[in-house]
Every structure is written in C-alpha cells, then in structure tokens.
Design a protein around this ligand. Structure first.
Ligand code: NCD
Length: 319
C-alpha cells in the first residue's frame, strides 16, 4: 500500500501538546505523527479490521453543549474502534453548569471520571477555561465561533490525500468566514506550510478580522463574487452561514442562500479543484454536485474517524 505520510521512527510518539484548544498549537511534526497513524488505521479498516486495542481500559468523555452529529459520533466511534469506552453528555442540559458550576471546577472533577475529554460549547474560550484545572487531555470540539482544531486535522488529511500536498495551494473559503470556527482553524493550520494563499468569498458583513492571520504572514484576499476568483482555486472550502451566531435574525434572513454552488459555478474552475465542506450543509452546495469527482465532503467526513483515532491514541500517553 502506498503511504502518503512519512514518519521518522527515531521521533518520540508524544505530541507537543496535552490539551488541544487551538489549531495554532499543532506543530507540523505533530501533524506528521497523527497522519501517519491515521493512514495506518484507514488502511486497516479498508482490510476489514473493525476493532483495535490501543485505548483498552481508557474512557473518553464527550461533553457537548451545542448540537453535533459528526464531531461527537466520530470521536465516539474512534474511541470504540480503539477498544476504549465512552461516557457522554449531549446538549449539556443535565450538567451542573446549570447550577452555576465554573468550567474550571467541572474540568477538574471530570478528570476523575475520564482519561480524555472532548468538549463543545457555544462560548469562545469556554474549553480553554475548562482545561485550566483538568488533569487529563482536553480536546476542543468547537468553542463558539472561535476554533475547531480537529476539523482542521480532518481537512488537512483530506487535502493531502486529494491534492498530494499541503503547500502552494490557493484556497477559497466561501460563505461565512467570520463565524466559521472550522475556517479559522483551517487557516491557522495550513498556514504552517509555505506558499498557501487564501481568498475569502463572502458578503461584506461576514468578513473575518484577518489582522492576526496577516501578522503571522498569511496571504489573505477578500472578495464578494466567486466568479472573479474561481479559476485560481485549488480548493473551494464551503461553509454554512452560521445562523446561530447572528445577534439579529433579520441579518441572517437577508444573507442566507446567497451562495449556493451549482455545476455552472464550476465551469471556469481548474479541472482538479476539490470542493470541501465541514458539513452540515443547508443549501450552500446543490446536491447535483455530489456525484462530481470534485466533491470531497463526504470523504472528508469519513476520514475524520481515522484522524480522531490517531489523535486519541497518541494523546492517551498524556492521560
Ligand atoms: C461545523 C461546526 O460545528 O463548526 N461542523 C462540524 O463540526 N463538522 C460546521 C458547521 O456547523 O457549520
């Protein structure tokens, strides 16, 4: 089997972080370790291996205070396939945060019950606060509009597989760059590789504050129309307009549905462009695209399990 990810066996298996809160924390060295292992798990799964024993005896807690299908289930599937076990809080309605408990106290207490924790919450910074007193690895499964680092891992894994490289790419991000935590994490992570350029395509009110990214040397351009840039793109990363992050519902009503990618939008695109989406989609990609060879969003969701398996397996050394 041809391997895309090379690994130096002299390197330690330890990742450079204990808690994964922001994609910026992930070093390219960490990426190589995670992707090498993820690819091994993927090849094994393709050969019919359903369960491993890497995390036997370990418990993963998934604490979700916001809706999720992919992130929660792919983490839980990942842990079960590694032979570990899962305890889960969905929608956070039954937690003691309701009684006024602080994130930090909850993090400390949960450390007594689980060996690793994935948390999602609508407030930016909440997962970092939770991790402050945690004694086990804490993974940010999405904190408000801020970050979603493990989605960026799945995104880069997909890009490497489809494009054969993580550098010298022109990446268009369309829809809601301002509120999409997946876009923020993607930009942070792939900017670690040279020659990448970003074109953010959105309504002017959904533009991202690009100052921090530009300070880090990122090349970012912002436009309103896909037509003027489509021919330049190697990757078109489509995002949902994040209705739940708007303070005024009428603003959402005005903007929703503005971008819906159809076949005709791709006429001038490079033949090897790939279309990605962290999902769920509402109407920003028409289903007529789904069977085109350029559509990679379902593969992107599938591979997230292997990437999360690799992350859990490597992070358990810190548990
Ligand atoms: C995204 C999220 O929750 O940020 N979904 C995901 O985790 N794959 C994107 C979204 O909700 O639009």
């Amino acid at each position: 089997m041809r391997r895309l990810f090379k690994h130096n066996s002299k390197q330690t298996a330890l990742l450079s972080f204990t808690h994964l809160l922001d994609a910026q924390q992930i070093a390219t060295n960490d990426l190589t370790k995670i992707f090498f292992l993820a690819e091994q798990y993927q090849h094994e799964a393709e050969r019919g291996v359903r369960r491993r024993h890497d995390c036997e005896g370990y418990i993963l807690a998934t604490l979700f205070f916001e809706p999720s299908t992919r992130t929660r289930f792919s983490f839980e599937t990942a842990m079960l396939r590694l032979g570990g076990e899962v305890i889960s809080l969905e929608q956070g309605l039954s937690s003691s945060l309701k009684k006024g408990e602080s994130f930090a106290d909850m993090g400390r207490v949960m450390s007594g019950y689980a060996d690793m924790i994935v948390m999602r919450h609508p407030d930016a910074g909440s997962v970092a606060a939770f991790s402050e007193r945690a004694l086990v690895p804490v993974i940010n499964g999405g904190d408000g509009a801020n970050q979603h680092p493990t989605q960026a891992l799945a995104d880069l894994y997909t890009i490497q597989h489809e494009k054969g490289r993580l550098d010298n790419l022109t990446i268009g991000i369309i829809g809601d760059p301002k509120h999409s935590r997946t876009a923020h994490s993607l930009i942070s992570l792939i900017s670690k590789y040279p020659g990448n350029r970003f074109i953010l395509i959105s309504h002017p009110s959904l533009r991202l504050d690009t100052r921090a990214f530009k300070q880090n040397g990122c090349e970012i351009e912002e436009v309103e129309n896909l037509t003027q840039v489509i021919q330049e793109l190697d990757v078109l990363y489509v995002t949902r307009i994040q209705e739940e992050r708007f303070s005024h519902p009428e603003e959402y009503q005005e903007i929703k549905g503005r971008y819906s990618i159809r076949r005709q939008n791709l006429v001038d695109a490079k033949t090897d462009i790939i279309l990605m989406h962290p999902l769920p989609r509402v109407n920003e990609i028409h289903p007529e695209i789904d069977n085109l060879p350029q559509a990679k969003y379902f593969e992107q969701a599938d591979c997230a399990v292997f990437v999360r398996m690799a992350l859990l397996s490597l992070l358990k050394e810190r548990a």
